[in-house]
Design a protein around this ligand. Structure first.
Ligand SMILES: C[S@@+](CC[C@H](N)C(=O)[O-])C[C@H]1O[C@@H](n2cnc3c(N)ncnc32)[C@H](O)[C@@H]1O
Length: 211
């Protein structure tokens, strides 16, 4: 995966993205936002926000910043923000692996279906950790390869087409967690057949507290 292949793939996906991935990924989006447990005035960063399907689900008292690499996906997110009158949401074009926010800018950080898309998932996780405030949470939903069964056969078959598909079909959980540089709090299966996983990390705080 590289920036050029990602922006090309998501330029192709943008007009059909909601139709293809709106419904099938929806339970994971709702589950992650529920797990964020947003309190009054909390600030949330969502990276790889895409067409903004998650945005109407955040409580209006939460300030949400959504970033994405693809201008075509962001354009659709912007239209959704206008349509729903989401004045708690700001959108920016930005690389999740190199964020322009100062350290500890957000109470909570979310990454929905983007970890297996970015060229360097460990670099993305370093950035998410950096911009999350101490004691805050970083929540990720993604598919993770199991290494067995029909799903694995399919993932192996699709692996050579990662650039065209716009995501890495083979994406095991263990190295992702090992390289995240944060304590793994818990995992929950989400979506159809529990094939995707909600992964919750906690950035160590002064007293080990949650944001
Ligand atoms: C599979 S889509 C997920 C969209 C959305 N989060 C959802 O719930 O459907 C992946 C998104 O990540 C974006 N993306 C890929 N690499 C990125 C990067 N390095 N920085 C920011 N966004 C990126 C893509 O442009 C695309 O919009």
């Amino acid at each position: 995966m590289d920036h050029q292949s990602i922006t090309s793939a998501y330029q192709r996906y943008a007009p059909f993205y909601d139709l293809l991935f709106g419904g099938v990924f929806e339970p994971g989006r709702r589950r992650l936002i529920q797990a964020l447990d947003c309190r009054d005035g909390n600030s949330v960063l969502e990276v790889g926000v895409g067409t903004g399907l998650s945005l109407p689900h955040y409580p209006r008292h939460t300030r949400v910043t959504g970033v994405d690499l693809s201008p075509h996906m962001l354009e659709r997110a912007q239209a959704r923000v206008r349509r729903h009158g989401l004045d708690n949401v700001s959108l920016l074009a930005m690389d999740a692996q190199s964020l322009s926010f100062p350290d500890a800018s957000f109470d909570k950080v979310a990454a929905l279906y983007v970890a297996s898309v970015v060229p360097d998932p460990a670099a993305m996780m370093r950035e998410l950790r950096r911009v999350c405030r101490p004691g805050g949470q970083v929540l990720v939903v993604n598919h993770f390869s199991r290494g067995y069964g029909l799903g694995h056969t399919l993932e192996r078959g699709l692996a050579p087409f990662a650039r065209a598909l716009g995501f890495r079909p083979l994406f095991p959980l263990a190295p992702f967690v090992a390289n995240a540089g944060m304590e793994l709090a818990d995992t929950h299966p989400v979506n159809l057949f529990g094939y995707w996983t909600l992964v919750r990390f906690i950035k160590p705080g002064p007293m080990g507290t949650l944001a």
